[in-house]
Ligand binder design. Structure first.
Ligand code: SF4
Length: 225
């Protein structure tokens, strides 16, 4: 895809999703890290409901989580799902933050990736949202919508990240991350993309390639990219 066409898509996305920011609620970088770690395979609303109870108890930072004990943490985050795995990762990460980083969340990719349960997506969200460092976080929505539009072709998250970073200006990486997620949740869904209601159909590789399918039947549009 040309940069010109990509920027046309960005302009339309900006017009349709002007609020390009995380829905997660937090008051510190540490709280943002916890919220993102809790957000795996659950909704932002569920995370916010959970952190509304959790965060007042851990305002002191990672030492407060360790003082609370992993069992208590498990109970508090149970409604987020995968609570045993998440509590284990958060507990380990809090220990590392205290031992290696003076209780602070580090502001570089290498150190963030050394935390337990923190992969490239989470690390890039922290860098872009909390530190203002250009970073492109790629999740399943970003990957699917990017591939359908033709912004990227890789079948790997890391490949999609590299392609999007090469195609788009760093200043719009974080906002584009949020807009691609919003589009993936509302319109370009995995199983039933609402192409007839999509403001990007004139630019979309997937739509152009599957236009004929529209005349056959909506069930066939369920083909996932
Ligand atoms: S036209 Fe369809 S496949 Fe393309 S971005 Fe829009 S909803 Fe997704």
């Amino acid at each position: 895809m040309t940069q010109y066409k990509a920027l046309q898509i960005m302009r339309l996305m900006e017009a349709n999703y002007p609020q390009a920011q995380t829905a997660l609620q937090y008051n510190s970088i540490f709280e943002l890290l916890l919220a993102v770690m809790l957000s795996a395979q659950t909704t932002d609303r569920q995370v916010n409901d959970t952190t509304a109870v959790l965060f007042p108890l851990v305002r002191e930072g990672p030492q407060a989580v360790l003082a609370m004990g992993q069992e208590h943490l498990e109970k508090l985050i149970r409604s987020c799902g995968l609570y045993r795995q998440k509590s284990h990762q958060i507990f380990k990460t809090c220990g590392i933050l205290i031992e290696k980083f003076g209780g602070e969340v580090p502001g570089n990719l290498k150190d963030l990736l050394s935390l337990v349960g923190v992969g490239r997506k989470t690390a890039n969200i922290i860098l872009g949202t909390a530190f203002g460092i250009p970073a492109f976080a790629v999740d399943t929505h970003v990957m699917r919508v990017s591939r359908r539009l033709g912004l990227a072709v890789s079948e790997k998250l890391s490949g999609i990240e590299a392609e999007l970073c090469a195609l788009l200006p760093p200043a719009c990486w974080m906002e584009t991350h949020h807009r691609l997620i919003a589009h993936g949740r509302r319109i370009c869904r995995a199983r039933h993309p609402k192409c007839a209601a999509c403001f990007l159909e004139d630019f979309c590789r997937f739509y152009a390639e599957n236009r004929l399918i529209d005349t056959i039947g909506p069930a066939d549009k369920a083909k996932e990219v």
